[in-house]
Design a protein around this ligand. Structure first.
Ligand SMILES: [Zn+2]
Length: 216
């Protein structure tokens, strides 16, 4: 009579404190058709902070609302100054083992899709395709007047030129890509308009108070 092979490591015992039992996850993945829904937690090891985790920013951070952004030039200056500084961290972030694992599962045909709440583009950087970005992406900028999309790195370059020497030390960086700056640090930061029509530029992310596009 054959005996079943025994595992040298039991997935339900001897787990270090705080470790998740991955047995059920592995079982689910083996059968395929798994949908990955990811949030800020997957990107923390890439240097992007979580709202709630250790060092989380929810307590000191009030995200910009769509209404404030569109109504007030002062609010936009504040947003772009903070976001521009934060981009130096976001723009440098690289995918971690978690993003790479998701991409590997996808290549093996085990996933039905990837939906992310993150705006950091790291799933795509790891090789995932057809990612649904529920809240958009900081990688792109959209003009509120003519609707033209442009790459964020292009705007970063223009903001760099318009604000030579802007290098305040931020108290922290938030998951939505902006740095914590005081009004004094924002100072007279100069915002640049749409290069096509001169209109107001907004990151292609869904702000609080804004609805997720229907097709998404
Ligand atoms: Zn425009």
């Amino acid at each position: 009579m054959r005996t079943r092979p025994t595992l040298s490591w039991s997935p339900t015992e001897d787990l270090p404190p705080g470790t998740t039992d991955l047995g059920p996850v592995a079982d689910a993945l083996r059968s395929g058709g798994v949908l990955v829904l990811s949030g800020a937690g997957i990107s923390t090891e890439s240097g992007i902070p979580d709202y709630r985790g250790e060092g989380g920013s929810l307590s000191r951070h009030t995200p910009m609302t769509y209404q404030d952004f569109t109504a007030s030039a002062r609010a936009r200056r504040r947003y772009w100054a903070r976001s521009h500084l934060g981009w130096r961290t976001f723009g440098r972030a690289r995918p971690n083992a978690g993003h790479r694992a998701v991409a590997a599962f996808e290549r093996r045909g085990l996933l039905s899709g990837v939906i992310t709440q993150n705006v950091d583009g790291l799933h795509q950087a790891a090789g995932s395709e057809g990612v649904v970005e529920l809240h958009g992406s900081l990688d792109r900028v959209v003009c509120l007047s003519c609707g033209a999309f442009s790459p964020r790195r292009e705007l970063a370059r223009r903001l760099e030129q318009a604000n030579e020497g802007f290098a305040p030390v931020a108290a922290g960086i938030n998951p939505d890509g902006d740095a914590d700056l005081t009004d004094e640090q924002v100072g007279d930061f100069r915002v640049v308009p749409c290069a096509v029509c001169g209109g107001i530029l907004k990151p292609d992310v869904v702000f609080f108070g804004e609805t997720v596009p229907p097709q998404t």
